[in-house]
Design a protein around this ligand. Structure first.
Ligand SMILES: Nc1ncnc2c1ncn2[C@@H]1O[C@H](COP(=O)(O)OP(=O)(O)OP(=O)(O)O)[C@@H](O)[C@H]1O
Length: 253
């Protein structure tokens, strides 16, 4: 198993950009202390399933937040609302001070690019190498080959996969595949990283490595929101925790 180093992230691209920097703004961007705010959010799916009920939550810039709760309690829905895969039935979501409901076209695409997402099932492209899977995000955004290479090398090193760049996903362990998916989520240096049950398919050691990487990313200023129903993982950490139960949010002490 390849391992993740303890070295600080000195060679990783720095995180100087705010969530919204379209360049067209007339006002200079003012960073909000609150990165994410859910205000009276309701989410009812079209079949009548009430996934989230009157949910209020604030996540500070640079915070590392665990969202726990049993299966079906609304964890994935909460993240989907944030990255725009679902819309709330009622209520308001602010990301870096901007109301998501008011974003259309370019600004909505920009937001999606500024939020990295890691899934439980990795979602890698099977016939592409590790390098290509991660580079794909940057190609799609029009980066030059030189810039892609400049970003890829420190990113793969950060997740401990610099020696696996030419491997295909099927040649990797589950933990390594999850680390490719983390690399893909962060190669564009997003200020927010969402991880939906990132350790759900992993054994203890691989879960620890994934958490170590997420904490390292948090240490350079990335706001991290991670869902899990692994109580052990949460107990071992001294980060803030909220719990969902049947769509309602509870703050844990
Ligand atoms: N696309 C959908 N259409 C209808 N109902 C849905 C949809 N997605 C989720 N739900 C329902 O919303 C509720 C919350 O689901 P969600 O996937 O957010 O829970 P979860 O806590 O992430 O569960 P798990 O830990 O099993 O992934 C559940 O009752 C689920 O059945």
């Amino acid at each position: 198993m390849t391992t993740v180093s303890d070295r600080p992230l000195t060679s990783f691209p720095s995180l100087e950009t705010p969530v919204f920097n379209l360049g067209k703004e007339t006002q200079p961007h003012r960073q909000s202390r609150i990165m994410v705010r859910f205000h009276n959010i309701q989410k009812t799916y079209s079949n009548g399933a009430k996934a989230l009920i009157n949910l209020n939550l604030q996540v500070k810039r640079g915070e590392f937040l665990f969202v726990t709760g049993p299966s079906g309690s609304g964890k994935s829905t909460l993240l989907k609302l944030l990255y725009g895969a679902e819309k709330p039935t009622d209520g308001k979501i602010l990301v870096d001070g901007t109301d998501l409901a008011k974003l259309k076209g370019d600004r909505l695409s920009l937001l999606r690019r500024r939020i990295g997402v890691v899934f439980q099932d990795y979602k890698l492209i099977p016939r592409r190498t590790v390098y290509e899977n991660v580079a794909f995000v940057l190609w799609a955004q029009g980066y030059t080959r030189k810039e892609i290479r400049r970003r890829l090398i420190p990113t793969l090193r950060m997740v401990g996969l610099q020696d696996k760049a030419e491997c295909f996903p099927e040649q990797l362990s589950g933990g390594e595949q999850q680390r490719v998916s983390i690399a893909r989520a962060i190669v564009g240096t997003p200020p927010i990283l969402l991880a939906d049950e990132p350790t759900g398919n992993l054994d203890y050691d691989n879960s620890q490595q994934v958490i170590k990487i997420l904490k390292k990313l948090n240490s350079i200023g990335i706001t991290v929101i991670i869902t899990t129903h692994d109580e052990h993982l949460v107990r071992m950490s001294d980060n803030p925790v909220v719990q969902l139960r049947e769509g309602r949010l509870f703050h844990m002490l």
